[in-house]
Design a protein around this ligand. Structure first.
Ligand SMILES: [Zn+2]
Length: 189
């Protein structure tokens, strides 16, 4: 008799690789999909395959997209004179979900020449304000100053979220009210 539950254990191990999922949750989820509702399991498997196969980075802002350009970059109703710089593509989801901003975005993944030349291109297209919606910290203040300096030849005002946002805390961990205030009361830098 084969007593091995290799396949089940492999599923548990895979689930455990996800953030916030520990051994206990992974086992519970795996058991649910295998024993209680295999339809849900199949649906999840299909959605994952589908999403991984079709989602990529928007070539303009770095946000998540199913096409070369994301729906935000393509949306002509949005204010393309205000650029919101975020640290992660998922910060865009958060801001969009709560309709906190109606300009365009830019995901700051690295601070290299490529990023700076992208920002200069965007600045050339005529933006009047750059909002830094990034985790307040001393290191990020240096990042802001650096970008400000690189874009100093343009007539752009720079601001950052501040009030209500504790130092060192990333956007996703800030409550909605604080985040809304932080964006509304953004301060000049
Ligand atoms: Zn985009």
């Amino acid at each position: 008799m084969n007593n091995s539950l290799d396949k089940f254990n492999r599923l548990v191990d895979s689930l455990q690789e996800l953030p916030t999922i520990g051994k206990k949750s992974a086992t519970r989820l795996a058991y649910f999909m295998v024993m209680n509702d295999s339809f849900v399991g199949m649906k999840i498997a299909n959605s994952i395959e589908d999403a991984l196969g079709s989602l990529k980075k928007c070539t303009a802002c770095g946000g998540m997209s199913e096409d070369e350009l994301c729906y935000i970059c393509c949306d002509e109703r949005r204010d393309d004179t205000v650029l919101c710089i975020v640290e992660n593509a998922k910060d865009i989801l958060l801001l969009e979900e709560n309709a906190l901003f109606d300009g365009k975005y830019f995901v700051l993944e690295a601070l290299d020449e490529y990023t700076i030349s992208n920002l200069i291109d965007i600045a050339n297209s005529g933006i009047s304000e750059v909002v830094f919606a990034i985790t307040p910290s001393i290191a990020n203040d240096a990042v802001i100053l650096y970008i400000e300096d690189k874009l100093s030849e343009f007539d752009i005002s720079f601001s950052k979220i501040a009030q209500g946002v504790p130092t060192g805390v990333s956007l996703e961990n800030i409550d909605l009210l604080s985040l809304t205030r932080a964006l509304e009361d953004r301060v000049r830098v």
